[in-house]
Design a protein around this ligand. Structure first.
Ligand SMILES: [Fe+2]
Length: 416
């Protein structure tokens, strides 16, 4: 397992130990918790976890006196959850089990990504104290549970292996309907509220405008593309919102490689995911991209490239991710009304960002480790202890990146 000591992988031995330790602490004689039993079993776990047939199982049984947390599947459990490991891991990373609407919103996105049959819940727990205890357990584990580090396995389970290949070949790719239409509408409203009418056409630091922004920043499909192009430990360069009305585009053909000498490196340094909160068509003023131009490893020369660009047309809730110095520009808008977008701009972890990072401990507490990683919490840059450099984080990130590189290589070597 590749994690920092305070993190763990979903359903790993350390995860199970933490579940046991938490429940033992909370079912003590003073709490008067009623007997309960829960059991979960998920298929297609990543092979490096070494489960038999890649099926991960656990259960917790409390008989009123004794607690047992084991790997057994209990057919008679009060509550049984079964389904796909990656879907369950996505749900496990949603913090706020007892907060109104949080679980429902998270489950809407899990269903949207993985389909209605990805997870099945049978039975129920009716005792309110036990429900609360299990909600607290979920959150406690979730804020330490890392994303699946196996890039190839994760991309495949998320259904975006072909997009990783396309990104390598074309310098960009689109994930259609990466979020639900409901979430896209919520994001559009939240963005317009943050931008203030008649005031801002553009605003940065969008991560700090509330939980919907924190959730979309961690979207598992986009983050998988970012892991694949910029490596693990990639950090937020800026999270910006832009709204624009009708008229000619205002951002001419360019690359996102400011201050990077030519020829550009053979690996990607920066990447931008643009979220569409309305349908994108030629008339809506979409981003235009020159496919494969990243392979030239340079900026476009004057008058070059426009004849080779294509418009990014995609439905509401989709994200286009472009990286590696690919050439692009903002199109003209002939439609009335405003186009509202969120630009998730990430840098390889060795680079500085455009926005100062604000590491808010309360924000970290209501999110899984994924959020801390993009704020630089998991690498050794900008850190110093009395003992000197943070070699623990340096070693962790090097190991995680080596695994990511290997699995990206495997994914690209596998025929589509
Ligand atoms: Fe750009």
């Amino acid at each position: 397992m590749i994690t920092l000591p305070h993190h763990y992988e979903f359903l790993s031995e350390r995860w199970l130990d933490q579940a046991r330790e938490f429940l033992t602490r909370h079912v003590g004689p003073t709490r008067n918790i009623a007997p309960f039993s829960i059991c979960e079993r998920f298929s297609d776990a990543p092979p490096h976890l070494n489960f038999t047939d890649n099926i991960a199982t656990w259960s917790a049984v409390f008989d009123g006196t004794n607690l047992s947390v084991t790997r057994d599947f209990k057919e008679s459990a009060d509550l049984k959850v079964t389904g796909d490991y990656q879907a369950a891991l996505t749900a496990a990373q949603a913090i706020g089990a007892l907060a109104p609407d949080t679980v429902a919103a998270a489950m809407t996105e899990v269903t949207h990504i993985f389909g209605r049959n990805a997870l099945s819940v049978r039975g129920s727990i009716s005792d309110p104290e036990t429900t609360q205890l299990l909600g607290l357990l979920h959150d406690h584990l979730g804020r330490h549970t890392v994303e699946n580090p196996d890039l190839a396995h994760r991309a495949q389970r998320l259904g975006i292996a072909s997009q990783v290949r396309e990104m390598e070949e074309q310098g960009f790719t689109v994930i259609e309907r990466a979020i639900s239409p409901e979430f896209a509408d919520q994001m559009r409203a939240a963005t317009l509220q943050a931008l203030l009418p008649h005031h801002h056409m553009q605003l940065q630091w969008m991560l700090y405008h509330g939980q919907p922004f924190e959730r979309i920043a961690q979207n598992p499909q986009l983050m998988t593309l970012i892991d694949a192009s910029l490596g693990r430990g990639a950090v937020i360069a800026s999270l910006s919102s832009i709204r624009r009305g009708p008229g000619p585009g205002t951002i001419p053909l360019h690359t996102d490689y400011s201050m990077i000498p030519e020829p550009f490196p053979e690996f990607a340094m920066t990447g931008v995911g643009v979220w569409a909160f309305e349908d994108w068509s030629v008339a809506s003023g979409p981003t235009w991209i020159v496919p494969g131009s990243h392979l030239e490893r340079r900026n476009p020369r004057k008058g070059e490239g426009l004849d080779r660009g294509i418009p990014i047309e995609m439905p509401k809730g989709s994200v286009v991710y472009f990286t590696h110095g690919v050439w692009h520009w903002q199109g003209d808008r002939s439609l009335p009304g405003e186009r509202v977008t969120l630009h998730s701009h990430f840098n390889r972890g060795i680079l500085r960002g455009l926005e100062p990072k604000k590491v808010d401990v309360q924000m970290l507490h209501r999110n899984p480790p994924r959020l801390g990683e993009m704020l630089g919490e998991d690498d050794w840059f900008d850190k110093l202890t009395a003992q000197g450099r943070d070699y623990e984080r340096a070693a962790y990130m090097a190991k995680l990146q080596a695994f990511t590189d290997q699995r990206k290589h495997d994914l690209l070597a596998t025929p589509a």
